[in-house]
Ligand binder design. Sequence first.
Ligand SMILES: Nc1nc2c(c(=O)[nH]1)N[C@H]1C(S)=C(S)[C@@H](COP(=O)(O)O)O[C@H]1N2
Ligand SMILES: [Mo]
Length: 414
Amino acid sequence: MTRSPFSPGFWRSPLRGPRFTSVLGLVLLVGITVLFLTGLVSYAAYNPDLSPVNDKTPDKGLLGFYLFSWPTNPHWLYRLTQGIHVTLGITLIPVLLAKLWSVVPRLFTLPPARSLAHALERISLLLLVGGGLFEFVTGVFNVQLEYVFPGSFYPLHFYGAWVFFTAFVAHAVLKTPMAWRNLRHLRHLRHSQEERNDLVSQDPAEPTVSRRGALWFVGGGSLLLFATTVGQSFDGPLRRTALLAPHGWAEPGSGPNGFQINKTAAYAGIDAAETSTEAWRLVVVGRAGTVRLSRAELLQLPLHSAALPIACVEGWSTSDQWWRGVRLRDLAALVGYDDGDPPDVFVESLQRHGAFRRAALRANQVADPRSLLALFVNGEELSPDHGHPARVIVPAAPGVLNTKWVARMTFGDL
Ligand SMILES: Nc1nc2c(c(=O)[nH]1)N[C@H]1C(S)=C(S)[C@@H](COP(=O)(O)O)O[C@H]1N2
Ligand SMILES: [Mo]
């Protein structure tokens, strides 16, 4: 039988109906709201107002209305918010797909629009479905293979989120009351009432699975994705359960420096000759001038320790590591900011190419006594891959702001 998807008898699954769609819809209502909020928060955490360095979304205009100074407390803040964003996003994939499957007959309604209002509703659905798929696909690609989007993931995912969420709010306002009613009256919902719904096939095929079974199947899929992703936010044996996480497989080695590495020194093109004690100098610039420090001179400054994690935008994080080095605010004091009120800082690494070779930190991050230019980790010198001879580490900040192989720091309001 070759019926077209536009003909009423084409979609025959007996699972489709308001109940199935309502359950999935309500799960997404909560889940996508959390995704949107944690996403906005993640964007604020980059300090995009410290343009042009950190801002990967120029011309954001009004959409940056809510930006605020990302706090340094609690020190695991970004680890939590971004862990939730990525893990929840991946976990919701089966729910999103099942929801789309449950309403797919509506995609093929003819005529495409019965009235202006109907046309507008369908356009909003296009933004909703297109926007949703777009956000999930770009998100997964970024987590899995960052370089599919050379430098352009941020604007895509950021603007896409606003389009998607606007359509999502409109859809939720229109549909939530009905979805809620459908579920509250689950047991009392008359079969005859259900039948009037356009999602219910008038000529259903034989069921191969119950509705409840189908929901368990979707939930099981989500649970499986969750269980193979969440481990990337932890160390030790748990990390090895993160089969789906891109770094889940890579063994970061053992010993004090044996925690996850994002880009290796070889990848970043760091030349051992440049990082040797003889060659390397830290250049610090501020209103009082420029100071050049050798490693030996840095070691003469007061050294402090802080237990802080690395938490990447990709969702993975490490537990707290013991970093030891010079406070950023002490470095600010060397170049004219010794009044206890340090400014922003622009940090540049030895690396010549690549997106994350430089970053800007806000004054509140510089002022925190746990913010360090670290020389040691867990009692040992930094390894080349973790940023030897010196790297920035800031509490609660996204990993991307923790510049490795630091060569130059410029203090002053950005
Ligand atoms: N110079 C430089 N610093 C960098 C990066 C980089 O590519 N180059 N990557 C950043 C990112 S995205 C993260 S998550 C952390 C990872 O630090 P780790 O490799 O020590 O775990 O380093 C940050 N610092
Ligand atoms: Mo990162």
